[in-house]
Design a protein around this ligand. Sequence first.
Ligand SMILES: Cc1ncc(COP(=O)(O)O)c(C=O)c1O
Length: 365
Amino acid sequence: MTSTSTTRTLNFSAGPGILPECLIQQAQEDLWDLAGTGIGVMEHSHRGKAITTVFENAIENCRRVGQVPEDFEILFLQGGASLQFAMIPMAFLNPNRRADYVNTGSWSSKAIDEARRFGNVNVAWDGVGEHFRRIPKPDECPWSEDAAYSYYCSNNTIYGTRWPTTPTTTAPLIADMSSEMYSRPIDWSAHDMVYAGAQKNLGPAGVTMVIIRRSLLEKATTDLPMMLRYETYAKNRSMYNTPPVFPIYFVGLVFQWILDNGGVAGIEELNERKAGYIYDAIDSSGGFYRGHADVADRSRMNITFRCPSEDIEAKFIEEAAQHDMVNLKGHRSVGGLRASVYNAFPEAGCRQLAEFMADFAQRNG
Ligand SMILES: Cc1ncc(COP(=O)(O)O)c(C=O)c1O
């Protein structure tokens, strides 16, 4: 499965984001008739062979593509990444314990607020004073040794920053990878749990991937409703109740697509090139464009930048749309522009935006 050339609108949305075209075409067929069964993927029972095979392949390909060690469970949950903000402290924190969080943007702030409902939170570093332009340097972030867990958000969708390297902690490390999952390799020796809402890099909205080390999972309190316990999903192959079959099916296709396109290492190389075109357009504009993130911490998925004035930004968005490039408006807390170029975003589309940016700067500078 490889991507076909596109005649579709170039969608720079931060999420739900663009999906591989060839998989949308595949899904169109499978909605009608999955694997010659005469029944569409959304109509099959999750207990039947067709869907259990889909699930097993998705889990196996998730493990292969991410090189996930055998002592990690691969789970499909609902409730979005936002439910994980609460489910993590519900499972691993209590009023007598403390967890470390690093505040690198709105999504980690929300996770911190949820954690405070269940126990003590140590904010090991807070980027709010610098408008979340950067990630802490390793020596700026005093992680505690006795924390129940340490938590960070690896890619900050709104501000366009990412952790250039994995933090080193003593306590079990948990990462929100929603906006960059499988865009670069994951260091499994450093992490005990990573999770991601699917709707940016993995598939449609409606499923959240949780990959959790068994030894951490076993530390979770059991004093929780069944649907809020990781163990329930692990014991029942994510089928304790009726799972979101279609998003899981699609995520499985995406894993296969990554494998067919050079694996995570191949995708990472491509992502470097894709983001590079746009960052080069910013850096070579003689100050017309100003990137929001510090250069060392630039996200390869979400590229945030400003023009000389809000009026010029509005004109940029309008003209880009005339060239079939949409969803470039920045998040309201940063303003300006944001180009989200997830795994499925075509390289030619990044070049097209970069060329447009150079031309626009020349005409409006
Ligand atoms: C990094 C990050 N974490 C969490 C979320 C929240 O995800 P959900 O809408 O699946 O709850 C988002 C959504 O944009 C995100 O970008």
